[in-house]
Design a protein around this ligand. Structure first.
Ligand code: NDP
Ligand code: GDR
Length: 327
């Protein structure tokens, strides 16, 4: 039975990846940072019904010794580094923390692997945010990077170090340059989930308005459960490499909003309010990925349409609020 160690197991992707690997017969060890709220910490794993099947171990990306200990005791075959301060907007408020966790944290994981178990296959969660102020209208593995936030700068450092460890030490280290991917388990602060949660609350009469920032930004949105499959497939290749994972379709925040409101037969224009406080110091206006390499080399293609994902997210938020109201 192969063993996978997942950092960031309590996050959106960590939960879906755990389920994916369990279904394939893996032993899954999940790294969690100590929290005073440990009762709610594994909420996403609980939502997927797998909390009892994932071995949770305490460690922190900022503490190299804790990572060394976990790799010594868990003896993983594959390590997926999904942990990060992942909210772009917060990275301007906490740039040093973001750089330390999202950037240096990834190097801590690679160092622990190099020192203890260099044969491990390593996955780094790189991001389309690294393209930032895009240098080409459609972004592929060959598109130059131009990060636009402290988060994106930290991710670019971690990405470059992954390439460097591969080339310097021969590590089996791959990066997925993943474009935005969403689900009912998406953090509530990210725009898609903020919208679907807002739509549900408005539909149920819990509030009347939804405040948003820049509606003109365009993103290439896919479903998280499709994207975790790509992570695993990368690590099954003989040769480590970097891959863009995207749908090849882009849509504005405004149009995403319209889709979500239309799902419950409401008009977005009647409920959305604009707030300058939510506009970022520097914006990424357009992301549109070219997943050709992933399709040709990995045989990976996205399965879920944006429309069905929006419906799934709105329905899940409606169900959550109805359950709370009934309690
Ligand atoms: P989430 O924000 O949902 O999850 C982040 C995870 O990192 C959480 O489990 C969090 O733990 C953990 N974490 C944060 N700081 C530390 C630390 N110091 N030590 C240990 N664990 C820590 O992210 P997603 O699941 O959405 O994304 C997974 C990864 O993929 C991230 O690296 C993200 O930057 C990247 N990415 C995501 C994309 C997306 O669209 N979702 C696209 C491209 C890249 P806790 O629960 O304790 O906060
Ligand atoms: P992003 O996701 O920054 O692309 O990073 P987010 O959903 O936060 O923003 C997407 C776009 O929507 C605009 N926007 C708003 N965003 C938020 N959060 N809240 C609002 O009210 C709002 N109004 C408009 C933003 O300005 C932006 O243009 C996500 C994260 O998961 C990263 O970790 C990951 O690397 C990238 O996706 C790919």
């Amino acid at each position: 039975m192969p063993t996978a160690l997942i950092t960031g197991v309590t996050g959106q992707d960590g939960a879906y990846l755990s389920r994916f690997l369990l279904e394939r017969g893996y032993r899954v060890v999940g790294l969690v940072r100590r929290s005073a709220s440990s009762d709610v910490m594994a909420e996403r794993l609980r939502w997927l019904g797998i909390v009892d099947r994932v071995e949770l171990v305490d460690a922190n990306l900022l503490d190299l010794s804790s990572l060394i200990r976990v790799i010594q005791t868990a003896e993983p075959d594959e390590v997926y580094n999904l942990a990060a301060q992942s909210f772009v907007a917060a990275s301007w408020q906490q740039p040093i923390l973001t750089g330390t966790i999202t950037g240096i944290g990834a190097v801590n994981v690679m160092e622990a692997i190099r020192l203890v178990r260099p044969q491990v296959r390593f996955y780094q969660a790189s991001s389309s945010e690294m393209f930032g102020r895009v240098q080409e209208p459609v972004q592929s593995e060959r598109t130059p990077f131009y990060p636009r936030s402290p988060y994106a700068c930290a991710k670019l450092y971690a990405h470059s170090m992954t390439v460097n460890y591969r080339e310097s030490f021969g590590m089996h280290a791959s990066s997925g340059i993943l474009f935005n991917h969403e689900s009912p388990l998406r953090g509530i602060e990210f725009v898609t989930r903020k919208i679907t949660d807002g739509v549900a609350r408005i539909k149920l009469g819990l509030t009347r308005h939804l405040e948003l920032g820049n509606l003109d930004a365009s993103r290439d949105w896919g479903h998280a459960q499709d994207y975790v499959a790509a992570m695993w497939t990368m690590l099954q290749q003989d040769t480590p490499d970097d891959y863009v994972i995207a749908t090849g379709r882009t849509m504005t925040v405004r149009d995403f909003c319209s889709l979500a409101f239309a799902h419950v037969k409401l008009e977005a224009d009647e409920h959305v309010r604009l707030s300058n406080d939510l506009v970022r110091p520097a914006e990424v206006n357009l992301l549109l990925g070219d997943p050709t390499k992933a399709r040709d080399v990995l045989g990976w293609t996205p399965r879920t349409s944006l429309e069905s994902m929006v419906a799934e997210m709105v329905d899940a938020d409606l169900a959550r609020h109805r359950a709370r109201m009934a309690a």
